[in-house]
Design a protein around this ligand. Sequence first.
Ligand SMILES: C[S@@+](CC[C@H](N)C(=O)[O-])C[C@H]1O[C@@H](n2cnc3c(N)ncnc32)[C@H](O)[C@@H]1O
Ligand SMILES: Nc1nc2[nH]cc(C(=O)O)c2c(=O)[nH]1
Ligand code: SF4
Ligand SMILES: [Mg+2]
Length: 215
Amino acid sequence: MYSVKEAFYSLQGEGARAGRASVFCRFSGCNLWSGRERDRATSVCRFCDTDFVGINGQNGGRFATADELSSHLASLWPTSTLETSKPYVVFTGGEPLLQLDSSLLMAMHDRGFEVAVETNGTLQPPVGIDWICVSPKGRAPLRLTQGNELKLVYPQADARPEQFTDLAFDHFFLQPMELDFQGSKGNTLTETVSYCLSHPQWRLSVQIHKLAGID
Ligand SMILES: C[S@@+](CC[C@H](N)C(=O)[O-])C[C@H]1O[C@@H](n2cnc3c(N)ncnc32)[C@H](O)[C@@H]1O
Ligand SMILES: Nc1nc2[nH]cc(C(=O)O)c2c(=O)[nH]1
Ligand code: SF4
Ligand SMILES: [Mg+2]
């Protein structure tokens, strides 16, 4: 059984593949925060910008089998484009590695999809994912220390970029922390730009979907 908060077709807004058309599958639940505002200040991850509680979002629901969920996700890809582009699905959440298993991965591959995941790096993924983005969280143990891109939300007092520079990733991104949920606007964009200028191993990831006003 899979629990999905929402699923939608949009452009990847972050990281090395920003701008690419993608089906997003946002699983419900996370191992680092309950998702309830009253628990935010005492949780392991405290700056989350996402509602991942329940199954009540667009195209959300419970899916009994990998076949059922993969069929649902495949239906969100525009079929008229299939001759010219490979369909792409991004599993996120919440924490997708609580639910993404090899049956679902294989079911998406069988339907012709390239498969990406956005994870906090505390759990091991099933073998065979095409694109792994790890976004470490300061207070959480990092167990997944290799992948395609490491995308660190910046700044985090207890997760500094220098801690991660030797890990086995092809791309290193800093993504300015959006602080709107706290009602406070810090200048994280300026700070992040400044860090990238003085440490060129790191590239800036701005969340394009928020600028564009899309999902
Ligand atoms: C909502 S998380 C879901 C996937 C997974 N749980 C994780 O943390 O990577 C998706 C991405 O948004 C990033 N993110 C979460 N809150 C953010 C914020 N306030 N500002 C910028 N990025 C944020 C995460 O670090 C992660 O890269
Ligand atoms: N457009 C868009 N791109 C994204 N990249 C990662 C996202 C996420 O929430 O994991 C996300 C998202 O929520 N929307
Ligand atoms: S680990 Fe990811 S989904 Fe979970 S609370 Fe943090 S940013 Fe949100
Ligand atoms: Mg998001």
